[in-house]
Design a binder for this molecule. Structure first.
Ligand code: ACO
Length: 185
């Protein structure tokens, strides 16, 4: 698994991962808005396992190269996780302090519990702080989302600031969480 900065070319795969993993979905325009406005603030985790094409057993065995695998298609990446980050840009917001926001984070089911989400989040927090000068970062998470709450509260030391009643379309409440960032930490 490799983690790298997300580009506009990744928008479709990020949207697909989001549709698979979360009920909160966004338009393609909103992904592109993130990737174009804050090009350093979003990351993808990619699996570079290559697909093995057919193997010509006879000729391989004949010259003693039975393990040689032929690969087709060149670059062969699969997006297994992403974090979509931004700076707050809503003029109507009360808090004018420069701050970042985590719009969405998810990791495909078979790649969970490997530390991928933590790495994605730490990279995003670092760039929002050092690159975009965010003084803190905020996010919303479902009250029932144990895995994400553990990651934010226990691993990354976000604090719950408030409960936003019926924040989600299905009526569930959200924890509004925040982490103060300090440069060079
Ligand atoms: N239950 C309890 N703790 C968990 C769980 C779980 N199911 N999953 C992960 N954790 C803990 C890990 O043990 C680890 O803790 P540690 O630091 O004490 O060792 C920590 O959380 C980080 O674990 P990672 O392996 O980095 O997390 P992972 O890559 O599995 O991804 C995530 C976690 C993103 C929440 C994943 O479960 C997921 O994609 N869930 C569905 C989508 C989702 O809920 N996204 C977050 C929505 S909120 C938002 O987008 C702002």
């Amino acid at each position: 698994i490799t983690i790298r900065r997300a580009t506009v070319d990744d928008a479709q795969a990020m949207q697909n991962a989001n549709l698979t993993n979360l009920p909160e979905n966004y338009s393609m325009k909103y992904y592109l808005y993130h990737l174009l406005s804050w090009p350093e603030a979003s990351f993808v985790a990619v699996s570079t396992d290559v697909e093995v094409a057919e193997q010509d057993e006879e000729s391989d065995n004949a010259n003693g190269k039975g393990d040689v695998q032929y690969v087709v298609g060149g670059k062969n990446e699969k997006i297994v996780g992403y974090v979509l980050g931004k700076m707050a840009d809503d003029d109507s917001e009360e808090d004018k302090t420069p701050h970042g926001h985590i719009t969405s984070l998810s990791v495909m089911r078979s790649y969970r519990r490997m530390g991928i989400a933590e790495k994605l989040m730490r990279l995003c927090l670092f760039v929002l702080c050092e690159g975009y000068k965010a003084e803190y970062v905020s996010l919303h998470v479902r009250e029932s989302n144990r895995a994400a709450l553990h990651l934010y509260r226990d691993t990354l030391e976000f604090e719950v600031l408030s409960v936003e009643k019926s924040y989600y379309q299905d009526g569930e409440d959200a924890y509004y969480m925040k982490k103060v960032l300090k440069e060079d930490e």
